[in-house]
Design a protein around this ligand. Structure first.
Ligand SMILES: Cc1cc2nc3c(=O)[nH]c(=O)nc-3n(C[C@H](O)[C@H](O)[C@H](O)COP(=O)(O)O)c2cc1C
Length: 328
């Protein structure tokens, strides 16, 4: 049997291991990515960016597209439903010279996105999705991947449509797929079902990454050992605990997992804020860090009070005060 954690290839890209940080809107900024890398994630993704914005970036997107050398290998995730625009965006992204892979979001359950026929709505239109992917495949030499859910709903017809899409993408020569084991209709409710993930991993040539409910290092190892996936995409489990990758690596090496020390957690939090500040400036960094504070507060005593205090922080000094009071 293959080792659960192992080096893999994604198209022409060689990855040191098969642990990746999944794209998360509002969370996988550069700061989160650099922390994930420090603890062992071999590949990170940007949050989803519309193909339109990639081609005509506004101020916020321009910042997102500023990539540091230490933030690679990095994949760009894009969404949209216009063939030409997506193909042009893929070519434009490649020309930027800072991305190592391109992923198309065919999974997002947010109403506004689906309403425009994007994200998860594409799962019900495999023919249109494959038309887009064929043009993108021709437009870029970068590794090209997609992100899907296991169906729009639980109906057999929706499952069939996703299968059709995945088998078609495989024939087009895509390099990988991340399958989230929930349906679009589930949004984030209920447990992720990995049965479909494993079944498709056994049938597809391209690399299959599983996603859903990877909240501890042990769960990562269990899922990697449970079926023929190439790797995993860790999402919420890495928010507020980027050291989850180190835990998985330790378990894979047969070592025991030590709970993170208070001192290290505090160091990570200060680091996280400083990285955010470099990226988005003081004002936004404080607001984003409030959100992360909610997650760093998992598994500490007085978590509720810490969360309330984070919610009220207005400056770096306020954040530092909360960290000192509740985390040291
Ligand atoms: C706040 C949030 C934002 C997300 N944004 C994206 C996104 O931009 N693109 C995407 O493909 N998936 C996105 N996802 C889905 C995750 O990548 C992942 O597939 C999902 O959270 C399941 O994994 P988990 O149960 O381990 O969190 C997002 C998830 C969350 C919680």
């Amino acid at each position: 049997m293959k080792a659960p954690v192992r080096p893999i290839a994604l198209g022409r890209l060689s990855l040191a291991n098969n642990l990746t940080l999944a794209p998360m809107a509002g969370y996988t900024q550069r700061a989160q990515r650099l922390l994930a890398r420090r603890y062992g994630a071999a590949l990170c993704w940007t949050e989803m960016i519309s193909a339109y914005e990639v081609l005509r970036p506004g101020r916020k997107t321009k910042k997102m597209l500023l990539i540091l050398p230490e933030d690679r290998p990095l994949g760009l995730q894009i969404f949209g439903s216009d063939e030409k625009m997506l193909a042009d965006a893929a070519a434009a992204a490649e020309r930027l010279g800072v991305f190592d892979a391109i992923d198309v979001n065919l999974a997002c359950p947010v109403r506004k996105i689906i309403g425009h026929g994007n994200g998860g709505a594409m799962l019900r239109k495999p023919e249109a999705a494959l038309g887009i992917l064929a043009r993108m495949r021709a437009a870029t030499a970068l590794p090209l991947t997609i992100k899907v859910r296991r169906g729009f709903s639980d109906s057999p017809e929706d499952r069939r449509l996703v299968e059709e899409l995945l088998l078609g993408a495989d024939r087009l020569g895509l390099d990988g797929v991340t399958i989230h084991g929930r349906t679009v209709e589930q949004i984030y409710h209920g447990a992720a079902d990995w049965t479909f993930v494993y079944e498709m991993a056994a049938r597809l040539k391209m690399a299959v990454f599983g996603s859903g409910d990877l909240m501890t290092g042990q769960q990562i190892i269990d899922r990697l050992s449970g079926g023929p996936v190439a790797g995993v995409a860790v999402a919420r489990g890495a928010v507020g605990q980027p050291w989850i990758f180190r835990e998985a690596l330790a378990l894979a090496a047969g070592s025991a997992v030590e709970p993170i020390s208070s001192a290290e957690r505090v160091e990570v939090m200060f680091n996280h804020f400083d990285l955010l500040r470099d990226e988005v400036g003081d004002y936004t960094a404080v607001r984003v860090m409030r959100r992360f504070g909610m997650f760093y507060s998992r598994r500490i005593g007085r978590a509720r009070e810490a969360r309330l205090a984070f919610g009220l922080a207005k400056s770096r000094e306020d954040l530092a005060g909360v960290i000192k009071e509740f985390f040291m």
